[in-house]
Ligand binder design. Sequence first.
Ligand code: IMP
Ligand code: MG
Length: 181
Amino acid sequence: MEEVTYQGMTFEPYIKREEIAKQVERLAQEIKRDYDGTNPLFLCVLNGAFIFAADLFRACDLHDAEITFIRFKSYQGMASTGEVKEIMGLSEDITDRHVIIVEDIIDSGITAAQLRKELEKHNPKSVKMVSLLFKPDALKMGQAPEYVGFEIPSKFILGYGLDLDGLARNLPDIYVLKEQK
Ligand code: IMP
Ligand code: MG
């Protein structure tokens, strides 16, 4: 794996696709065990989570599971704006349903906290969150996700759905911003 460059910045390999696949499989087994016999609604938070959600949803192999999508935007460049914009809302009725929010990464936690608050208004049976990545040191609001793939330090990463202003989502591995020497 080689370094990659976006907007004049260098990123180095951080989490290989094989390691990602292993954690996705582990999370899928945990969710399958916890939701067996129910019909949970996976709620993929676009755009970042779409690749993770696709892999996780297939790996879970729950007969009656469904998936839907919602879209938020809070990041500009490499920092959270602190303000979360809902760009595409929820179209399904979640009343009395088990909802599993699927996120790519929990950073400040602002997006997740706002989404949970919004969902609770519709009286779901339960709401849990699965996030591929979690930066515990950056958490400012809300709680840790119930299911976490990797806990990582507060560094900017990209690839496997995660972007820098829309770029790099298509990288199969995850990269981290290289420290300046
Ligand atoms: P939060 O509201 O600060 O928790 O941010 C959540 C969203 O910010 C995530 O769903 C990502 O889309 C984006 N984000 C947070 N950290 C990173 C990162 O290191 N790389 C790329 N996007 C990130
Ligand atoms: Mg996101």
